[in-house]
Design a protein around this ligand. Structure first.
Ligand code: XUL
Ligand code: CO
Length: 446
């Protein structure tokens, strides 16, 4: 069985030409960057739901892609064949990890018991393939949003039976996480939000989902599953108001309910756009809180208002996100999961291959540039200078906790405007952006 007429992807650099398609141009897995191999910094992961299951639908049209396994009529046979294709794809792409929802893997039955039985058959095969190949699961998750029973949410549903179903479904998913040794376990609250306050008890729903998360963690502890729990923020789509709107909201939720020791964040590029933030902003917020877990590496489109899950190709964004990742000391239990799909007009099987390569090269290039920026202390020196007035005088006294509002008043009250203006400095942003561009050109031009 072969997916592509393509050879296994290896690093070729740019010596044989600049046109993409014949190997990685920047992703060189064994190249050492700041003491670690690129493959250790960049734990790339293939998303089962996109790469195996997506047919490239958009909100106005059916899928355009046809996959070879679509021709297998029996749903379980098809589900089992997809596992073979996935492992071949991982091997050809030289990607070590994958990620999945429970429902990506196998068809549902009429009861949860039947559904679990279908799922377990496929998981058995996945476990065997993992042992054979050494491939790993970055994270798994559970779909509490696709089936109509989740019309009003799963863990925030106003219906106790649906809440019960959700809890039982996650229980089984955690058992799978233990079996496949997932490095993290993700919750994306697809329908955990609301459309209108007119029929929503927001406080009750949030209390419920917080208790749900606590029960999930308790069960993980009970069965000895030690992967990192992650919440994945998104501001809207499908509900108008998702409870996990952005990194800051999600951190506030975790702290409100005392869950911050057990959860970190999985941050996605396109979700940041939808929240009106840059990707690097979201990653910075999580890093500053010590809660950066993993990255769903994709990007949005400023011209389109919905979540398009585009494969990353923006070197500027990738550089700034990799800067945050390096400053975080890496992502101990996380990686870069391509929650991404080719464009609707890129429907060939080969496009799956090109799309992943584009994403991997973009982040590899971003890593190289970010590492050089840090080596040269480009932003660090700027920040040291910009905040230097807090290192001496009144600023240092304030930092040491020695200054009251009265002291500030005494200190400042007679200073003339000219001295206050003299205390400010230019931010030199254009020069700094030009420096950033120079680093991108120069590091990648080598
Ligand atoms: C949806 C999304 C999900 C999560 C996993 O926008 O990002 O695919 O990553 O449920
Ligand atoms: Co995602």
């Amino acid at each position: 069985m072969t997916l592509f007429n393509q050879e296994r992807m290896v690093y070729v650099g740019n010596e044989k030409g600049l046109k993409a398609g014949n190997g990685f141009h920047y992703y060189n897995p064994d190249q050492v960057v700041n003491g670690k191999k690129m493959s250790e910094w960049l734990k790339f992961s293939v998303a089962y739901w996109h790469t195996m299951d997506q047919r490239l639908v958009d909100p106005f049209g059916d899928g355009t892609a046809q996959r070879p396994w679509d021709n297998i009529e029996d749903p379980m046979e098809q589900a089992l064949a997809k596992v073979d294709y996935l492992f071949e794809f991982l091997d050809k792409m030289n990607v070590e990890y994958f990620a999945f929802h429970d429902r990506d893997l196998a068809p549902e039955g009429n009861t949860l018991r039947e559904t679990n039985q279908n799922l377990d058959i496929v998981v058995d095969k996945i476990v065997a393939k993992m042992q054979e190949t050494g491939k790993k699961v970055l994270w798994n998750t559970s779909s509490l949003f696709t089936n109509p029973r989740f019309v009003a949410g799963g863990a925030t549903a106003p219906f106790a039976d649906i809440f019960a179903y959700s809890a039982a479904q996650i229980k089984h998913s955690l058992e799978i996480a233990k079996r496949v040794n997932s490095e993290s376990y993700v919750f994306w609250g697809g329908r955990e939000g609301y459309e209108s306050l007119l029929n929503t008890d927001m406080k009750l729903e949030q209390d419920h989902i917080a208790k749900f998360f606590r029960l999930a963690k308790d069960y993980a502890n009970e069965i000895g599953y030690t992967g990192q729990f992650l919440l994945e923020p998104k501001p809207k789509e499908p509900t108008s108001h998702q409870y996990d709107t952005d990194a800051a909201t999600t951190i506030a939720f975790l702290k409100t309910y005392g869950l911050e020791k057990d959860f970190k964040l999985n941050l996605e590029g396109n979700h940041a756009y939808l929240a009106g933030h840059t990707y690097e902003h979201e990653v910075r917020v999580a890093r500053d809180a010590g809660l950066l877990g993993s990255l769903d590496a994709n990007m949005g489109d400023k011209l389109i208002g919905w979540d398009i899950d585009e494969f990353p190709n923006d070197i500027y964004e990738a550089t700034l996100v990799m800067y945050e990742m390096l400053k975080n000391g890496g992502l101990p239990t996380g990686g870069l999961n391509f929650d991404s799909k080719p464009r609707r007009q890129s429907f060939d099987m080969q496009d799956l291959f090109f799309a992943h390569a584009a994403g991997m090269d973009t982040y590899a290039a971003g890593l190289l540039v970010a590492n050089k920026l840090i080596e040269d202390r480009v932003f660090e020196d700027v920040l040291d200078d910009r905040y230097s007035s807090f290192k001496t005088g009144i600023g240092a006294d304030f930092e040491a906790g020695k200054v009251t509002f009265k002291d500030f008043e005494n200190y400042i009250i007679d200073k003339p405007q000219s001295e206050l203006i003299a205390a400010t400095k230019s931010g030199h942003l254009e020069q700094l952006k030009s420096t950033l561009n120079n680093y991108i050109y120069t590091v990648l031009g080598r």
